[in-house]
Design a protein around this ligand. Structure first.
Ligand code: ARG
Length: 279
């Protein structure tokens, strides 16, 4: 089937203060040295690729002492010009909420302050008109209700069970923003996911809603293969996710690899560094 690239507007944050100085996910080991210059140059490759693909990239200023701010996916969730602000689970990241919320406000978004703990697009993914919402490690069930109240859309809660895949965007990749078009055919593949990252009930929901989804191998999941970004045709993935790369090609997508090995030391990848600004 023919795939179409859709124009995107993203928010990114240059990892000028990137380091691993605390542990809030199993990937983070403060004893391992980090190389901030390398993080910046790897990040730059992703940034420049978005521009080459014709997308727009906005930047938020990095703040010293907030090393995880590079993972802008956690900075909010935005649809139709409405920005739902983040409320971070761990104290170490709570200082990021203010800068993100201020950024949305000063850039003309109808900005909503969160009451409930939520980590933005790290846990909330828009597929067609539906919001898939993760819980289990970071965002709470109550945030799913808040999300529903703010956006008035269908919210489907999914429970993550493997601590390595603590945000929904580490276990599901949205490949095609348009749900329903030629849906049902084996070639459609709206989403890709790692079944073993979810509890049984969530696996059943995913199997039923997305019978044509790509199931990635545990091996590809474990190298953050799903933490990718798609415009509907070009899918930017980790060079380590070999099987996923093949699966994408088979379904008519165009995988492009970008290595963010340094940012993986903080437990984040391509999608984590990318927040979609839907205005
Ligand atoms: N160190 C960050 C944390 O644990 C990584 C966030 C990754 N972001 C994501 N969208 N998965 O919060």
């Amino acid at each position: 089937m023919t795939r179409t690239a859709h124009h995107r507007r993203y928010l990114m944050c240059r990892p000028e203060h990137f380091t691993v100085s605390y542990t809030i996910n199993p990937w983070m080991e403060p004893a391992n040295p980090t190389d901030t210059a390398k993080a910046v140059s790897q990040w730059q490759v992703l940034h420049d690729l978005y521009l080459e693909l014709g997308h727009e990239v906005e930047l938020i200023d990095p703040v010293e002492g907030l090393p995880d701010m590079v993972y802008t996916a956690n900075g909010g969730f935005l649809i139709d010009g409405v920005a739902y602000g983040p409320k971070f689970r761990f104290r170490e990241r709570q200082g990021e909420s203010g800068p993100f919320i201020d950024w949305f406000r000063t850039h003309g978004f109808d900005t909503r302050e969160p009451v409930e703990v939520n980590e933005g697009e790290g846990d909330f993914l828009l597929v067609g008109d539906t919001i898939l919402a993760g819980t289990g490690f970071r965002s709470t069930d109550d945030s799913h209700r808040e999300l529903r109240e703010i956006f008035g859309r269908e919210v489907v809660s999914l429970t993550l069970t493997d601590p390595r895949f603590y945000h929904l965007d580490t276990a599901i990749a949205v490949l095609d923003p348009v749900e329903g078009v030629e849906k049902g055919g084996p070639a459609h593949a709206t989403i890709a996911y790692l079944p073993s990252a979810f509890d049984d009930a969530s696996q059943r929901i995913l199997a039923e809603r997305y019978p044509d989804a790509i199931h990635v191998s545990d091996e590809d999941g474990a190298v953050f293969g799903l933490n990718s970004s798609s415009d509907g045709y070009n899918v930017i993935i980790s060079p380590r996710a070999k099987g996923f790369e093949r699966q994408l090609r088979e379904r008519g997508y165009h995988p492009i690899t970008v290595d963010l090995s340094e940012l993986l030391l903080g437990g984040g990848g391509i999608k984590c560094c990318t927040l979609e600004l839907r205005s």
